[in-house]
Design a protein around this ligand. Structure first.
Ligand code: DLL
Length: 434
């Protein structure tokens, strides 16, 4: 096992000093090497020397995803190609991909963050780690893989898909921890059930390391109940590193951000003002010591909050709320703002309903049509709830109405009807004319 440093417990004053020193090195480096950043700073009338305190970071311009698209492929790359050892890309839904070249040190910092998460979850060299995130341009597979090797786990690099084989190897190799999206784990659980495999009885699985998509506390509870494992949350994004920017400890309901490498701010997405800790807004991250493609004040679009006070675990690094939504996920239905996570939380309050659902929006000339298709659980199906669906359907509608004030039309489906995803799941189909 390689050594994993423990800066997550460093005194806060020391941490802030370190952050400032790193920023005072990073900002001039970026200003010198990345024309877009230099131009934006000049337009704002701010110079690298203006960064005298951490609060001064707020004077500097933001970066957004479209900057990476507009500057595709290498316009935001600061290091010379001979120092680059890895590319990761993220395709998004439209247009050009974004491309994030990383140096050897950048990959090491990312690995260190992801390994620190695994160690925090209690994973050791005694664990067998199944990596079921996709390998390749997506950061999930390689990020989890390098972190597992750094800890000294026996890593099973199976990647995404091939679900029956995943379950067979999990059982036969004594896998104790799995990394995948929460939606894929739910699919694995359904397939295992069909294969007559009970995670509790037939496998040694204890830990799930889930991320890459928003998942509610209610889904987390369902996963734990269903499989008997502990579901850990891991957060990250291609632009900043990959999985391992933040993770939850055994005490807090949020995620410790590895602030020695990633500096967080929360902003009001409308006014762009920095908000104090404790207030909810959009998470903005700065990579303090990545030099391949530094990101300064990168607007993640993820909605969160930096919690106040220190976590019981003794770690000094700030805790962000779990990400339940992105600002660009918000749907406006009949003039009401709705986040898919609110619907998910409502659905999960109904025990007969399974964590497999889709939200469909379409429009006539005057009206938005709002429909939810959701599967019932195999138990509810077997016991015949599905044969008398109206009472259950109304219960689902009432639960949603009590929270968001809207009554969608709800269709209950038999288990296994909806499409499953091996990676990030897409649960909203919005066919309304924009
Ligand atoms: O999803 C990196 C990753 C891989 C994270 C595996 C965790 C595990 P991207 O494809 O660039 O990178 O997508 C990043 O996914 O801005 C969030 O909206 C969402 N996301 C990532 N982790 C979480 C999480 C990877 N734990 C985008 N909870 C981010 C909620 C998450 N959303």
């Amino acid at each position: 096992m390689q050594s994993i440093s423990k800066p997550d417990f460093m005194p806060v004053a020391e941490l802030r000093k370190m952050q400032l020193e790193k920023l005072q090195k990073l900002i001039p480096y970026e200003y010198e090497r990345v024309p877009l950043f230099r131009r934006r700073c000049d337009e704002k009338g701010v110079k690298p020397r203006d960064l005298a305190t951490l609060a001064d970071l707020g004077k500097f311009p933001f970066m957004v995803k479209t900057d990476l698209r507009d500057e595709y492929p290498l316009g935001l790359t600061a290091a010379p190609m001979k120092e680059i050892t890895r590319f990761h890309c993220s395709s998004g839904t439209t247009g050009k991909p974004i491309c994030i070249p990383a140096t050897r040190e950048d990959v090491e910092i990312w690995t260190e963050g992801a390994a620190r998460c695994l160690a925090m979850y209690g994973i050791t060299e005694n664990d067998v780690l199944q990596v079921s995130y996709g390998y390749g341009l997506f950061t999930g597979g390689l990020g989890a893989h390098y972190a597992g090797e750094k800890i000294g786990c026996a890593v099973l690099p199976i990647g995404a898909g091939n679900t029956q084989k995943q379950i067979m190897l999990m059982r036969d190799l004594g896998v104790t921890a799995i990394c995948c999206t929460p939606s894929y784990f739910l699919h694995l659980a359904t397939v295992a059930h069909k294969m007559g495999i009970d995670f509790r009885r037939d496998t040694k699985l204890k830990h799930g390391i889930f991320g890459a998509e928003p998942w509610t506390d209610e889904i987390r509870a369902r996963i734990e109940e269903l499989s008997g494992i502990t579901a850990h949350d891991i957060y990250g994004l291609t632009e900043i590193a990959g999985p391992g920017v933040a993770g939850n400890c055994e005490h807090c309901r949020g995620l410790h951000i590895w602030e020695d490498h990633f500096y967080p701010e929360i902003i009001d997405p409308d006014t762009l003002e920095v908000l104090p800790d404790g207030e909810e807004g959009e998470l903005v991250l700065t990579t303090l010591d990545r030099f391949g493609t530094p990101m300064i004040r990168y607007r993640t679009r993820d909605l969160s909050r930096l919690q106040t006070g220190q976590c019981k675990c003794g770690r000094t690094m700030r805790v962000m709320d779990r990400v339940h939504a992105r600002s660009d996920d918000m749907l406006i239905v009949h003039g009401v703002n709705v986040f898919p996570s609110q619907i998910e939380a409502c659905l999960m309050k109904v025990p007969e309903v399974a964590p497999h659902y889709m939200i469909y929006l379409s429009s006539t000339s005057t009206l938005d049509l709002f429909e939810i298709k959701v599967e019932v659980t195999p138990e509810a199906f077997d016991y015949g709830v599905y044969q008398h669906p109206d009472a259950l359907r109304h219960r689902v509608i009432d639960t949603i109405k009590s929270v968001i004030g809207l009554s969608p039309s709800v269709e209950l489906l038999a288990p296994g009807t909806l499409p499953r995803s091996e990676g990030k799941i897409k649960r909203v189909v919005d066919n309304r004319k924009k």
